[in-house]
Design a protein around this ligand. Structure first.
Ligand code: GLC
Length: 444
């Protein structure tokens, strides 16, 4: 338990002890695929897609009664659902994993759970398990499988919370009732781990109870006993492997070593017909580059319709993303966070060995881009996915100081990408940056 706790601390970027080096490297090994993957596709698919309303929150917040919310079961047909087509699109986008809502806060399950009747097989006209074929298609296509699971289940009669202004009971008054819920939710988790053996669990909703009430450490252990390599996001109270900032791209680099920004394409997680406020593909690619530059992953959300089709706008964004990720794969996958912004006014990544610096250039820089304070000699520069070699010039280098000067890279407009151009700068060794304040020059 102590060891486990230390691993968790380490993964969240906190204190390091020498005696934990072993567990640190084991943890690093387990996190490797995740760190290299960079892009995942989040899928919110559930009852809420039928009427196109807020997932679970619409009844919790009182926009609709619980009874009316559940009537959506009648419209969940999945009649045009083609899991292989979903996976093809996810793969085309350049994502290496996907995370699907097996059950949101409303308690509706996408698989044929033995625990309760509110699931796709028993309570909808779809009458079939939709989770299993999707998981199988992901695996068949070499993508990692992530399962989203909501800890709260607002429809379950023995769960504490029902709607924003009605609580069913307090745990301290009815502990045995809470235990019924624990058996229920942990039973579902056991099913998920036995049926799908996910590479990653994406918990949500932990804010409604503390770690002890959820039995968070026990749940972590339960899942790791089944598969020691499985990864948990940070929403199981203190038991996570990586941080999950939501919607807002962090402005400064997150402290956690491993993190993933989850983000919607418009303003909704699930399908909402009247939400046409989509981010442009350019904006999404730009945000993705910021994420890469800061060493994180992007988990980009789609919300399929109740019939199983993916809205056109979302498909379009995934395809645009795919064109860009495919062309620039060497600057994306398996890279690490880039250099501080003072050296290059834009996103950057580095090859793992630190000898190639990738510069992400937005728009038309009108002839040249600038790197400041690069100590290495540049051996070669090329345009990623396009191939042209580029010239550079170093100015302001001072012979009596180790101030390395400013590097200008000439960039003709015909090499520019329609969305975000990437340059590869091959250095003479591992990158070294000048981080002094310049006083050396003035005092000489
Ligand atoms: C929030 C919301 C939820 C959504 C999730 C995705 O926690 O409760 O509706 O599924 O974020 O990150």
């Amino acid at each position: 338990m102590k060891k486990l706790f230390t691993i968790v601390l380490l993964s969240m970027g906190l204190a390091m002890h020498s005696q934990t080096q072993d567990s640190l490297s084991v943890h690093q090994e387990k996190m490797q695929w995740f760190q290299d993957a960079k892009l995942g596709i989040f899928i919110h698919w559930g009852l809420y897609a039928v009427d196109g309303i807020d997932e679970s929150w619409s009844f919790f917040n009182g926009y609709i009664s619980h009874e009316d919310y559940l009537k959506q079961t009648k419209g969940f047909t999945a009649k045009r659902y083609n899991p292989q087509a979903w996976v093809n699109l996810i793969k085309e986008s350049g994502a290496k994993y996907s995370v699907i809502t097996s059950k949101h806060h409303d308690g509706f399950a996408l698989w044929n759970t033995k625990f309760g009747d509110l699931n796709v097989v028993k309570s909808t006209p779809a009458k079939k398990d939709v989770l299993t074929p999707f998981v199988n298609a992901l695996r068949k296509n070499g993508l990692k499988v992530g399962i989203y699971f909501s800890l709260p289940d607002w429809s379950y009669p023995d769960y504490t919370h029902f709607t924003r202004d009605s609580l069913r009971y307090d745990i301290k008054d009815q502990p045995e009732r809470w235990h019924r819920f624990l058996d229920y939710y942990q039973g579902q988790l056991k099913e998920l781990s036995e049926n799908y053996d996910p590479d990653l669990y994406w918990f949500d909703g932990d804010w409604e109870h503390n770690s002890e009430e959820w039995q968070a450490p026990e749940v972590r252990q339960l899942l790791l006993d089944k598969n020691p390599n499985t990864i948990l996001n940070s929403r199981l109270r203190d038991q996570g492997d990586y941080a999950t900032p939501e919607q807002g791209m962090p402005i400064t680099r997150p402290k956690s070593k491993y993190w993933e920004l989850c983000m919607t394409m418009n303003n909704s997680w699930g399908f909402q017909k009247n939400d046409l406020d989509y981010k442009t593909s350019d904006q999404i690619i730009g945000i993705f580059a910021d994420v890469l530059s800061n060493g994180g992953n992007l988990l980009l959300d789609i919300g399929p319709k109740a019939d199983g089709t993916i809205p056109e706008e979302q498909e379009h964004i995934l395809k645009d993303l795919g064109r860009w990720t495919h062309k620039h794969k060497e600057a994306i996958y398996g890279t690490v966070a880039g250099i501080p912004k003072e050296h290059f006014y834009g996103p950057t990544t580095l090859s793992k060995d630190g000898t190639i610096l990738y510069l992400f250039v937005k728009g038309d820089p009108k002839g040249e881009v600038v790197i400041r304070g690069l100590k290495n000699k540049i051996n070669r520069i090329w345009v990623v996915g396009q191939g042209s070699k580029l010239e550079h010039q170093v100015v302001g280098k001072v012979y009596w100081s180790h101030y390395p000067g400013i590097t200008y890279i000439k960039i003709p407009d015909y090499v520019l990408d329609g969305q975000l151009t990437v340059l590869a700068v091959l250095l003479d060794g591992k990158i070294e940056l000048y981080r002094e304040d310049g006083a050396v020059i003035e005092s000489n």
